[in-house]
Ligand binder design. Structure first.
Ligand code: NI
Length: 426
């Protein structure tokens, strides 16, 4: 993977130019041309129907065959307008590219396609037809809105440059974004900048949350095996007690956040498993522990992993046990770049008005694999309000549903982003 600076230089756009692009004000007429407004009156119901269809047919990570084929078929229908369609990146991923004019500038827009292993408890007609699978995170809505944006941009044709549309598999747990990067997403489709969005229950419908810097946490996991010497509980001096050593370890790990991390940096270390022993009179030979680590910066993530290794070594020496630590890096923190975030803010403001753009909300300690894409080029990931959480409409709830009322806003946002970077005065 090339470092960020080399990607940015591909199109020759310098930092100062990005700042100018972010500061440009779009006028109402620019984004809400009668043509776009007309188009949305027919496009929005069609996209809502598409969304409900994939809601009814949810597919899990890397198994989104039907969804990907429906997406690709929709995109194929636009190939007469100059859209290239590429199937099969990261197994079920689909990438489309639209190049207009002569500018070498290029941006990526990304949606995720996968559902969750969850039993839906809604009763509406478009509820999941598959037991134990559900679009409980709104990726059906993300996919549908991006398709709507592709059609709008292919039809309106009012930008100069390249837009890459990324329909990513396996956002939940499996890191489809990482696999796309490993399979050459950026080599095959060079992009200067990348944008993503996620619906956000609790944020008023149609409002945007735009955050500079960390927006979603990194999520790592760890497994620890403490090995001592099993023995009779009445003769502890002949054994090496793994319960005691494990307990000391749990206590000591809590100092990582409270004593070793800057109080202004958010971090979580949770030990969520501790298994040892079966009998009242036996000191167990081993104890197994595990849990999760959440951080908002890679620096703190690295500090915590190092600290965990240091503490394990200390506990080994103190209690005479042997400790194996298996620390597994999960999704990195999703960190929004200032340059891309200024552009996202301008685009969101052009669509819904400044008053409906909430700035620098508190980051979520949930994780998101857009992080892998945001490590490659300057990127910004925004939240689009999904409205009230009443009726259990929270992410990953069995009562969740994507709010179709925000589809037109989402499409307008993507179009406004493209116009912000590739349209208007340059
Ligand atoms: Ni999600």
């Amino acid at each position: 993977m090339l470092p960020q600076s080399e990607w940015v230089q591909q199109s020759g756009v310098q930092d100062a130019d990005w700042a100018t692009i972010g500061n440009r004000t779009q006028t109402y007429t620019e984004w809400n041309t009668p043509m776009l407004a007309d188009l949305l009156t027919t496009l929005t119901p069609k996209i809502a129907a598409f969304r409900r269809d994939i809601h009814a047919h949810p597919e899990l990570a890397f198994d989104e065959h039907r969804t990907a084929e429906k997406v690709a078929a929709y995109l194929d229908g636009l190939s007469g307008l100059g859209l290239e369609v590429h199937r099969g990146l990261a197994k079920t991923g689909v990438v489309a590219r639209l190049k207009l004019g002569t500018s070498r500038r290029s941006i990526g827009l990304r949606a995720d396609m996968d559902a969750l292993p969850l039993q839906e408890m809604n009763g509406f007609p478009h509820r999941s037809k598959h037991a134990g699978r559900m679009h409980a995170c709104g990726h059906d809505g993300h996919t549908a809105m991006l398709l709507g944006a592709v059609e709008a941009l292919c039809t309106l044709r009012d930008f100069d440059g390249t837009v890459v549309f990324i329909f990513q598999p396996a956002e939940e747990h499996e890191g489809g974004g990482r696999v796309m990067v490993e399979e050459g997403l950026f080599e095959r489709f060079p992009m200067d900048m990348m944008f993503g969005l996620h619906n956000w229950p609790g944020l008023p419908a149609g409002h945007f949350g735009v955050t500079d810097g960390p927006v979603m946490a990194g999520a790592d996991r760890f497994d620890i095996v403490v090995t001592g010497r099993g023995g009779h509980a009445a003769l502890p001096h002949q054994a090496i007690d793994t319960v005691l050593a494990g307990s000391a370890l749990v206590q000591a790990l809590q100092s990582l956040v409270s004593r070793s991390t800057d109080p202004l940096d958010a971090a979580v270390v949770s030990v969520t498993r501790f298994h040892a022993g079966h009998a009242d009179n036996v000191l167990p030979e081993t104890a197994q522990l595990g849990g999760t680590v959440r951080t908002l910066t890679t620096q703190v993530q690295m500090q915590l992993e190092e600290g965990m290794r240091r503490i394990c070594t200390g506990i080994e020496a103190t209690y005479g046990v042997r400790i194996e630590l298996h620390y597994e890096r999960g999704y990195p923190p999703t960190v929004n770049a200032s340059s891309a975030t200024a552009i996202a803010r301008a685009a969101a403001g052009a669509v819904v008005g400044e008053h409906a753009v909430q700035l620098n909300l508190r980051p979520s300690m949930g994780a998101e694999d857009f992080a892998y894409l945001a490590q490659c080029v300057p990127a910004s990931y925004v939240w689009l309000g999904n409205g009230s959480t009443e009726g259990g409409c929270l992410l990953h709830s069995p009562h969740y549903d994507f709010n179709d009322e925000v589809i037109a806003t989402g499409i307008r946002y993507w179009v406004a982003l493209v116009r912000q970077v590739l349209g208007g005065e340059r």
